[in-house]
Design a protein around this ligand. Structure first.
Ligand code: PMP
Length: 447
């Protein structure tokens, strides 16, 4: 194997996520990252318009983060989280500052983990509250909540699921508000209220005594950048409160500045019962995730009786180096004003690219913070989703011009047609210029 090129070794040994190995366009082999830019093993540079998988919020090559990990590993590399350590304690306090509320912080490694923990806590909470019959969760079609059996059951994208069924039982779905595709003649507000009421209907028809929680992102990201009207999110919270159902907010992508607020739900003025976080928590320099649980829920687990222990151990969760990196990451975001910068960059992006709505194959341009979705259609009148080849050509042309962009939606329903931008929050003004110029050029050339 020593004689083989890196590409050949890759082909022979690595099973890449999702994409099969395509001979003509093998996966890019990334070699280095700096700021918003990544370089492949042949020296080609790209601006990473997706921050990896929506996670490298402070950008690549931050020596401060490498040093935080190094210093912590030298001092103390591991602590089981049945015990404690300073970075985990300081990080939990810092997260409460960011959440602007009082939560108890449970650590694990990935977004999927954090959601599984949320489901288990919610079920046990209801049991300890004398409502053991509450075990079901409601989530939305088009949402993604992770790849493990519970998080995948909560996920509402059929193609990701159907080959792996049966998944964890007890997960139900409703339609998320998709304002661009709302019924003709209906106002955005009425439509959003209707979508929220679908959740209430589900709770009632399933018998509210069986419902443990609702899980949702503040806005659907991977399912196609579906930004609800605030009335939807507020109404869902109201419905949950009314029926004794816990509201779990998945901030795995929306958290840590992406939407122009510290957390996505802060755009909508709600107070979730449980908040899950991962990705941008460490800007992906090390794996770490959090399930933040409102104090009064946590109180139910504080009884010294064996029976009320939360039986969940996770070997690597709350790793000291990962917590030290997360703390430094939050410090960088604050020091450099990256949350505010996300808002400013996003506003520019939306302003400069708004005219793409006139493109013959663009149906809708939408965004919040430094997150943009361009929904492509075959026909602006019928809104038929654009063919995969048409969307693929845009993605490929962006890459040929040095810009990595994403493609999101839900393949089964034919809506895998949303070109997505979610660049590092730490982009410079010149980086944003570059993104805008490539997007304009590529769409112009694909009229
Ligand atoms: N929730 C959301 C909203 C996500 O986008 C993802 C990952 N893309 C997850 C959960 C799962 O996170 P992980 O891949 O770290 O398990």
């Amino acid at each position: 194997q020593e004689q083989l090129s890196l590409v050949e070794k890759d082909r022979q040994n690595v099973w890449h996520h999702i994409s099969p190995y395509v001979e003509k366009s093998p996966p890019m082999i990334w070699a280095k990252g700096e700021g918003a830019w990544v370089t492949d093993h042949e020296g080609n540079r790209y601006l990473d318009g997706m921050s990896g998988l929506w996670c490298v919020n402070v950008g690549y090559g931050r020596e401060e983060l490498a040093k935080a990990a190094y210093d912590q590993m030298k001092e103390l590399c591991y602590v089981p989280m049945t015990q404690g350590h300073e970075p985990a304690i300081e990080l939990a306090a810092k997260l409460n500052e960011w959440l602007d509320d009082d939560y108890q912080i449970f650590y694990s490694n990935s977004g999927s983990d954090a959601n599984e923990v949320a489901f288990k806590i919610a079920r046990q909470y209801h049991q300890q509250n004398g409502e053991a019959s509450r075990y079901k969760f409601i989530s939305r079609y088009r949402a993604y909540h992770g790849g493990s059996m519970g998080a995948l059951a909560a996920t509402g994208q059929a193609l990701r699921k159907y080959k792996y069924e049966p998944l964890s039982p007890g997960f139900l779905h409703t339609a998320p508000p998709d304002n661009y595709r709302r019924p003709k003649g209906m106002s955005v507000e009425d439509y959003n209220i209707m979508c929220a009421e679908e959740i209430e209907q589900k709770i009632i028809w399933e018998q509210k005594e069986t419902i443990a929680g609702v899980i949702m992102e503040p806005l659907i990201t991977g399912g196609g950048i579906l930004i609800p009207d605030p009335v939807y999110v507020q109404k869902v919270q109201e419905i949950c409160n009314k029926h004794g159902v816990l509201l779990i907010i998945d901030e795995v992508i929306c958290g840590f500045g992406r939407t122009g607020r510290k957390f996505g739900h802060q755009n909508f003025g709600i107070k979730p019962d449980i908040v899950t976080m991962a990705k941008g928590l460490t800007s992906a320099y090390l794996p770490l995730s959090v399930t933040a649980v409102r104090k009064d829920i946590y109180e139910k687990f504080k009884d010294s009786a064996e029976n009320s222990h939360f039986r969940h151990v996770n070997t690597f969760g709350g790793n000291p180096a990962a917590c030290a990196v997360a703390l430094k990451n939050l410090e960088i975001i604050e020091r450099e004003g990256l949350v505010e910068r996300a808002d400013r960059h996003g506003e520019r992006l939306r302003k400069e690219l708004a005219h793409l709505a006139d493109h013959p194959y663009v149906g809708d341009v939408r965004g919040i913070g430094f997150l943009l979705g361009i929904e492509m259609v075959e026909d602006k009148e019928t809104r038929e989703p654009a063919a995969a080849a048409r969307v693929g050509k845009i993605i490929a042309d962006c890459k040929a011009n040095g810009l990595i962009v994403g493609k999101n939606g839900d393949t089964v329903a034919g809506y895998n047609n949303i070109v997505t931008l979610s660049p590092p929050l730490a982009c410079t003004d010149e980086d944003v210029d570059f993104i805008i110029s490539v997007m304009k050029k590529v769409f112009e050339e694909n009229k």
